[in-house]
Design a protein around this ligand. Sequence first.
Ligand code: ATP
Length: 232
Amino acid sequence: MLEIKDLHVSYGQARALKGISLSVGSGEIVTLIGNNGAGKTTLLNTVSGLIRPASGEIEFEEGKITRASSESIVRLGIVHVPEGRHIFPDLTVRENLRLGAFIRKGDVAADYDRAYSLFPILKERANQPGGTLSGGEQQMLALARALMAHPKLLLLDEPSLGLAPVIVERIYQTILEIHQQGTPVLLVEQNAYVALTAANRAYVIEAGRIVLSGSASELLENHEVQKAYLGG
Ligand code: ATP
């Protein structure tokens, strides 16, 4: 459903992506793992229309979106949860969720129910300002808000960043649940172990290039990956 072909992105003279090709199928969780500065965030920002590539193509459901605006990309159903969450701290949890549904018409009552059933803590905190939530709860809110838009493809940038292991586990359980309910996911992570454990397929990015790809279980077993990304 998402097909990226030979994508090049530069910031001025600095080349951040040097010919990336990757795909996400309709039933998949695909992860892109790599160290700080490898180009992961740049890739997601380019898919969601925040950055214009120098060359290459991005197709979504067979249509080209390479130079589409970020608003039209959201309307096509690609919803991006950026690194660092970016919830609205002064709005309540419920108001934050409502904003996630801004592109949709009609009744959102069932969507609140779905969000609250995935993350019961958000129901308890529904009338509290988003800024009073813990880091893990804010990540839950960011994910729940993305679902309010009924995404066809979810882009997740480092959902585990800065969170305690038990919270990471909770977040990932929900990512798997969201996937089982029918939403494909492109997941970017420095935390290679959790990402490879959750994903179907994976790509390794180093300095703007894909250096390895395969099924997530293959990469978990791969010695180079273990040495470079799994502390083994
Ligand atoms: P992190 O996990 O730290 O976010 P990343 O893999 O997501 O890393 P990117 O943020 O995509 O990496 O950065 C890729 C390269 O592009 C890095 O060398 C980075 O310094 C550079 N870069 C990123 N954003 C900009 C920018 N706005 N201006 C100039 N260079 C940038």
